[in-house]
Design a protein around this ligand. Structure first.
Ligand code: 0O2
Length: 213
């Protein structure tokens, strides 16, 4: 039994806030230099207590081992426009290994998509948080995905919630078709990547000129 959830979750809250700022800053830097950013937007959350308890039960994690064994109590999601951008973001994170974070391991659900159709690149990191009571290293999961992958997984996640992880077969088949379509959309966009990047750089310069007037 955990007596004080608030205390347990404080470093996770802090880690999510810090990591969001760090990745948003990278995006802002690119934009300020009028360059194409591999990061489109960033979100983050601390898992709800009820979800932590459900997952601990599902994965057989004893509650006194939560902080060592549950990897996604702190979760960051980085959305990219195109699949190639994911590699750039992964490299940006790997470059920080041993600096402000440590990369524990990576899971490539893009090369090895899940049975459900889920695609995303996951990096499990160790992140030091400086709290009022000293330094604490926590685990966090960074999910890196395209906008199309995010669209699909957000919808699939809500259907899983609605059907309590028992999505009816006819909907599952549709979802798999939709996953294929999302993958095709990513491929098509990649084919015209250079043109898209050029057009967005021009568009960004133009909109900043308008904003200056
Ligand atoms: P939430 O609400 O997003 O936090 P698992 O065995 O899949 O339960 P594990 O072993 O921790 O989870 O690792 P995995 O497979 O890398 O999954 C971790 C997270 O990836 C999940 O967290 C989801 O966010 C996402 N994910 C994995 N598989 C799927 C999928 O098939 N569909 C969707 N929509 N998301 C997926 P949680 O705790 O399940 O959920």
């Amino acid at each position: 039994m955990i007596q004080n959830w608030d205390q347990l979750l404080i470093p996770y809250d802090q880690a999510v806030e810090e990591l969001k700022i760090k990745f948003k800053s990278i995006r802002n830097e690119y934009r300020r230099m009028d360059e194409y950013s591999p990061i489109e937007f960033v979100t983050g959350r601390v898992k709800k207590i009820s979800s932590i308890l459900d997952k601990a039960k599902k994965l057989d994690i004893p509650l006194d081992k939560l902080t060592e064994q549950m990897e996604d109590i702190a979760g960051i999601r980085i959305m990219c426009q195109m699949v190639e951008d994911i590699d750039r973001v992964v490299d940006l994170i790997r470059e920080r290994d041993g600096k402000d974070l440590k990369v524990a391991y990576e899971k490539d659900y893009i090369k090895n998509k899940k049975e459900s159709g889920y695609r995303s690149y996951h990096m499990i990191i160790k992140y030091p948080v400086h709290t009022a009571f000293g330094e604490k290293e926590i685990l966090a999961e960074i999910q890196i995905r395209t906008l199309a992958m995010n669209f699909w997984s957000t919808i699939e996640h809500s259907l899983n919630y609605k059907f309590e992880r028992n999505i009816p077969k006819h909907i599952r088949v549709r979802l798999k078709n939709a996953a294929e379509a999302a993958s095709k959309l990513d491929q098509e966009m990649s084919e015209i990547r250079e043109e898209i990047i050029d057009s967005q750089e021009v568009f960004q310069v133009k909109s900043s000129l308008v904003a200056d007037i």
